[in-house]
Ligand binder design. Structure first.
Ligand code: NDP
Length: 288
């Protein structure tokens, strides 16, 4: 496999990325501010570039993975390379505005640019478990897809460079809400001597059941119409009150259901009590 690639940044994640490219047989050039972190990769066949400029010049595809966007900009601003013909794929975590601003910067420098978000830990890189999201021009993703496949399960989200970051944080929103709901339920059952392991499979079933509602609820949100097909928000709010009361009665923290009920109450006060649950999307905001 002849396609060469450069990896800028050899922290925990950058080393995993470079290692996966090497394993897949891609000639790999690496650079890191602290050069010692390249030693293992060099022993595995990576070429260590002496400067950022040399690293940028070594390959048509540059993968960047530093701490944050300010570090990325500081590093790239210091280089004077002609970036025409070079594609930068920035897998550093950041927000959508930073992604879009870096895309504009790259365009001004004549580079092609994709933004990405890694939804995996370093040991998973190179396996199907590692989900890596990309956004930016589709043709650039398609052109480099074969080499990106070495990193894990790569996907393309759309032309807006901010999308990878937005999907990344939307995933975090899902993750913490599901986990905290489970912790809350576990805390309640523990008051009756049921341990976490006993509740876990039951909780997983509920989460999977709720997940099945999403496509239908999404249709309501996209249509902007929320007929109460199975229950009304008012009915749900009564169940929320019950969850709060039971939590308090058994001595479990009720902050989360109180927060959820406060949102439902506002929505009911705004006249949505007879509509279905996803009408609450309005409490989260509507596109500007
Ligand atoms: P590390 O702290 O291990 O590595 C940070 C890297 O950034 C190092 O190579 C460091 O260089 C470099 N760096 C920081 N500031 C500068 C600078 N001003 N100029 C040049 N280089 C700089 O972090 P990770 O590798 O774990 O994370 C990298 C990115 O990957 C982050 O955005 C993180 O959010 C993301 N990520 C990480 C995951 C993980 O589980 N680790 C999971 C998903 C995403 P030096 O070695 O010289 O200090």
């Amino acid at each position: 496999n002849e396609t060469s690639v450069t990896v800028l940044g050899l922290g925990r994640m950058g080393q995993a990325l470079a290692g996966a490219f090497l394993k897949a047989g891609h000639p790999t050039t690496v650079w890191n501010r602290t050069a010692a972190k390249a030693e293992r990769l060099v022993s595995e066949g990576a070429r260590l570039a002496p400067t950022v400029g040399a690293a940028l010049a070594a390959s048509p595809l540059i993968i960047i993975c530093l701490t944050d966007y300010p570090a990325v900009r500081e590093l790239l601003d210091a280089s004077e390379n002609d970036l025409a013909g070079t594609t930068l794929i920035n897998l550093t975590s950041g927000d959508s505005a930073q992604a879009r601003a870096t895309a504009r910067w790259a365009e001004q420098r004549g580079a092609r640019y994709l933004d990405g978000a890694i939804m995996a830990i370093p040991p998973a890189i190179g396996t199907a478990e590692a989900v890596i999201l990309h956004s930016g021009p589709e043709a650039d993703f398609a052109a480099h897809r074969p080499i990106l496949d070495a990193l894990g399960t790569v996907s393309y989200l759309g032309a807006d460079h901010g999308l990878a970051s937005l999907y990344d944080v939307a995933g975090l929103a899902m993750m913490w809400s599901v986990l905290n709901a489970w912790l809350h339920g576990t805390a309640m059952l523990r008051t009756a001597g049921v341990d976490a392991a006993t509740f876990a499979p039951f909780a997983a079933q509920i989460a999977a059941g709720v997940a099945e509602w999403l496509p239908g609820y999404a249709e309501q949100i996209d249509r902007g119409s929320f007929p109460a097909e199975v229950s009304t928000l008012e009915t749900d709010a009564r169940a929320m009150a019950h969850l709060i009361e039971e939590s308090e009665a058994v001595g479990v923290n009720a902050e989360l259901p109180r927060l959820i009920k406060a949102m439902a109450d506002r929505s009911i006060a705004a006249g949505h009590g007879a509509e279905q649950y996803p009408v609450l999307i309005e409490e989260f905001g509507t596109p500007r």
